[in-house]
Ligand binder design. Structure first.
Ligand code: SF4
Length: 145
């Protein structure tokens, strides 16, 4: 698997917490530790969505974060991939049907890869990023989304 042209040097990831309990976010941080070290493949977290190819979203999207999530998504250049991390981001999880939710994530922005689990293990998060790379490759080749 190899990304061409604009993805030759990197796959940059922006992390967005839409109201999670922080459990999924800790697993994302754990994924970046030397044990897994995805930076050796050019995968790294960036501080601005304008530089990102991949959006990692945690949490069930509370009301105050819904518009921020839309704006972050719109600021990312195309082609881009959205990965929802954790059960809460998929369905609301333990916060399901709360009066304060606008989510889950798929109700706010289109999600390409879901990572189930509470919280998902780093291996599952890395696997999701690899699936995201496959989608970006298809987009670059002009294939189906
Ligand atoms: S899926 Fe679990 S760990 Fe992740 S935000 Fe929800 S409750 Fe927290």
């Amino acid at each position: 698997m190899r990304l061409s042209k604009s993805f030759n040097r990197s796959l940059w990831v922006f992390h967005f917490n839409s109201g999670s309990c922080n459990g999924c976010d800790i697993e994302i941080v754990c994924t970046l530790t030397p044990r897994y070290d995805p930076e050796r493949f050019g995968i790294k977290l960036v501080g601005s969505p304008r530089h990102a190819d991949v959006l990692l979203v945690t949490g069930p999207v509370v009301h105050d974060m819904a518009d921020r999530l839309r704006r972050v998504y719109d600021q990312m250049p195309d082609p881009k991939v959205v990965i929802s991390v954790g059960t809460c981001s998929q369905s609301g999880g333990v916060f399901f049907d709360s009066y304060n939710l606008d989510g889950p994530v798929n109700d706010i922005i289109p999600v390409d890869v879901h990572v189930p689990g509470c919280a998902p293990r780093p291996e599952a998060i890395i696997d999701a990023v690899v699936k995201g790379i496959a989608k970006l490759e298809r987009l670059e080749e002009g294939g189906k989304k």
